[in-house]
Design a protein around this ligand. Structure first.
Ligand SMILES: [Fe+2]
Ligand SMILES: [Fe+2]
Length: 149
């Protein structure tokens, strides 16, 4: 594989891996100790993000790359979004989820467009992107069903 293509794939994988860590951390800090369906939905989403994180971590190592240390900054960003929205309201949690996931879907679209991925990785990205769309739809549905505090 040419160096340019390889560099682009590396950059793309690092971006995706980092974003998924942020997503996991957002959901993680939105979950409260209360035993309720809302928390179970957030936990399911967190679990789903963990599989995405795994997808990209495995790809990084398969290519002989390593995760970036800078991603830890995004852990803090995720913590800030997650924790702050939890302090405000369930509505804020859902709106944060919709906002962040929409950004992610756009990011995925752009990365799919500009990078010449190998077929397997492309399929993985498309699957994960479809999951993010699923999250958006779930949160929108919950929001319109009138969840407040
Ligand atoms: Fe994800
Ligand atoms: Fe997601």
């Amino acid at each position: 594989m040419e160096l340019d293509r390889l560099q682009a794939i590396k950059k793309g994988l690092l971006t995706l891996h980092t974003l998924e860590l942020m997503a996991i951390t957002i959901y993680r800090f939105q979950i409260t100790k209360e035993s309720c369906d809302f928390n179970r939905q957030l936990t399911a989403a967190m679990c789903n993000e963990m599989t995405h994180y795994q997808d990209f971590q495995v790809k990084l190592y398969e290519y002989g790359f390593r995760p970036s240390v800078i991603r830890l900054v995004y852990w803090f960003v995720g913590f800030a979004f997650g924790f702050t929205s939890r302090l405000i309201s369930k509505k804020a949690i859902l709106k944060t989820g919709i906002w962040v996931e929409t950004k992610a879907v756009h990011h995925y679209t752009k990365l799919l467009e500009i990078i010449d991925w190998d077929e397997e990785t492309r399929k993985t990205i498309e699957k994960d992107q479809a999951d993010e769309n699923g999250h958006i739809n779930r949160w929108k549905q919950l929001l319109s069903s009138g969840i407040s505090r």
